[in-house]
Structure formats: C-alpha cells, structure tokens
Design a protein around this ligand. Structure first.
Ligand code: ADP
Ligand code: MG
Length: 320
C-alpha cells in the first residue's frame, strides 16, 4: 500500500480533508543567482485523511515537519509535490482570492496567541474582524454575534474593550479560538495551541476545544509534541519523524500497540501519573533531530506502509 490514506478509522465518516503524497522542501544556502546548496526535506511524501468531526493529532519532535504540513494546508507554504483536497475539491495551488471562500471553513490557531493578535486591536474588534473581512452581518447583529462568541469561549463582557496585553495567556488563546470559530469552520488546525499554557489553563482550553467539537461538529488537525495531551484529545494519531509520517492509526492502536520503533520511543518519554503503570523511563534525548538537509538532486524513496491492523499503518522504509 503506497499511502496512509487507504483506510479511515470511521468508515461511515465523511472525508473532510485529504492530503495526498505531500512533499515540501526548503532551499538553503542559495547564492545570488546561484543554485541552492541543499534542500531541507521538511515534509516527505505525507498522506492522510481527516473525517468530519474528528481529531487527527500530528505528533513528533521539534523540526519533524508538523508546522510545515499545517501551513501547506492553508497555502501558506508551497509544496513541491502532492495535493490537498478539502470537501473533495483540490485546494493546493489555489490563488489567494480563490482560497478566500475556503478559509471560512479552514482556520488555524497557534502556540503564540500574543503574536497572533494585533496589539492595537481591542478584543471585541479582533473577534469581529473575520466577520468584517467576510462581510457577515453588520451593526447590531454583528456585535451580538461577537458577544455570543465571547460567551462561547468563556470570555466576559468586560473583556470586550480590553487589549491583548491586558489579558492572561489563557484569555488570549480564548480570543484566538473565538476568531477561529467566528465563521463556523469545519476544520481548525491547532498548531501547538496549548503547549505554552500552564497545566490548569491547558486543561481548560482542551476542554473548551472538546466542547466546541461536540457542539459544532468541528474537526481538528491537532499539532503537538506532547503525547499526554494527544492521548486526551485525539481520535486518530499520525506520528512524524524527519518529515515522514511513520505511523498512523486510531488513538488506541497507536497508544496501546505502537508498531514503529520511533512511536515507542516517544511514548517511553511520557511521564505516567500512576507510578504503578510507569514504564522504565528511557528518556528520549530531546536534542534536535538530525537535519533533513539533503543535496539538491536527492530523491528519497516514496513512503511505503504495512497495514498491521485495519486503519493502522506503519512505515516499512526508514527515514533517509
Ligand atoms: P515542526 O513544526 O515539527 O517543529 P517545522 O515544520 O517547523 O517542524 O520544520 C521542519 C523542518 O523545516 C525543520 O528542519 C526546519 O528547520 C525547516 N524549516 C521550516 N521552515 C523553514 C523555512 N522557511 N526555511 C527553511 N527551513 C525551514
Ligand atoms: Mg512547529
């Protein structure tokens, strides 16, 4: 089988997003008018699907290519190869103007909520901005919508006229979530969206994301390096290593029967709260991953997978 997109977990689920054989490379060391010295193979032949209403977690160490996948879905980085289909329609390679209607259904939240917000825009205006851009409602009904969104994400009316610097980190992330859901999207890409938050706030924001999923039928691409968080939030999990998806399956398959050596390594590095259940901690060296820098003409093998259980795929050729 040549890609991870062969089988979805919920066969009854409607496929919302499909990524086929995505490869993204960044040129490095380009001299003026010269050829690049090498290429970073940030994403290499990645394929997966997300069904409506489900959460696919994309997990792996820093530098393995998670954010590059997230950005490629929104057209923020140009893939070398592969395609992205949203609701069956090809969205990769679309121009900015053709992408605009798609963006109503496809939103993103980031780790750094402070950097995502305009420091000079009040909370109410920040949440109303997507409605303005997409010309949805005006005047009184628009402010009612903003108020409803604030309630929905657990912000109070008093926050309406505040600026981002007057809020806590958790409140700022709530503002970003309100902006992301303002247009009733079908899919939200959450890139390390809870990684910078304290334990209690993190848990509250995760609960909020889960509530919103239930109420709105939202799907998430939940990008994270934290296996403990991923275990709480995901329906399916894709594990990345050096630009490759090395394993993909249901949460249960990946956490209970990890089949790739790298997935086991990631799981062993997670502290387990119950001491009796604790595995011997063979700490994953949290040093940087080996660099995916390759010479310009280098062509790695296409990804090949073995299906070890229905919907549970494991890479059979190594990272190269
Ligand atoms: P992750 O989100 O998993 O930490 P990224 O997708 O940010 O990984 O990065 C994947 C690889 O691509 C890393 O080696 C990173 O250094 C490299 N990279 C990311 N963005 C760029 C860029 N704009 N130019 C060159 N290299 C990049
Ligand atoms: Mg990242």
């Amino acid at each position: 089988m040549s890609s991870a997109s062969g089988k979805a977990l919920k066969d009854d689920g409607k496929v919302l997003l499909e990524v086929r054989n995505l490869s993204v490379r960044y040129d490095v060391g380009k001299a003026m008018l010269g050829k690049p010295r090498g290429r970073i193979h940030a994403v290499e032949d990645a394929s997966f699907r997300i069904n409506a209403g489900e959460t696919l977690a994309l997990v792996g160490e820093s530098g393995c290519g998670k954010s590059t996948i997230g950005k490629s879905l929104l057209g923020l980085t140009r893939p070398l190869r592969g395609e992205v289909l949203f609701e069956g329609k090809r969205i990769s390679g679309l121009r900015r103007t053709s992408m605009k209607p798609v963006r109503r259904n496809l939103q993103m939240i980031f780790q750094d909520a402070f950097a995502s917000l305009n420091p000079r825009m009040r909370v109410g205006d920040a949440i109303g901005e997507p409605l303005v851009i997409h010309r949805i409602e005006r005047g009184g009904s628009r402010s009612m919508r903003v108020q409803a969104l604030m309630d929905r994400v657990g912000l109070e009316s008093a926050h309406l006229r505040r600026y981002p610097h007057q809020l806590s980190g958790g409140q700022r992330q709530r503002v970003c979530i309100a902006r992301a859901i303002a247009l009733n999207p079908r899919l939200v890409i959450a890139d390390e969206a809870v990684s910078a938050l304290d334990v209690t706030i993190k848990s509250k924001i995760i609960n909020l994301l889960l509530d919103l999923q239930r109420e709105m039928g939202l799907a998430y691409l939940f990008i994270s390096h934290d296996m403990a968080v991923v275990e709480r939030i995901s329906h399916r999990v894709a594990v990345m290593y050096l630009g490759r998806i090395v394993e993909i399956g249901s949460r249960q398959q990946v956490f209970e029967r990890p089949a790739h050596e790298y997935t086991r390594k990631l799981l062993d590095a997670v502290p387990v709260p119950d001491p009796k259940a604790r595995r011997p901690l063979t700490h994953l060296e949290m040093q940087e991953l080996p660099s995916p820098l390759r010479p310009p003409g280098y062509e790695p093998e296409p990804a090949r997978y073995e299906e070890v259980a229905p919907g549970h795929l494991v890479a059979v050729n190594g990272a190269d």
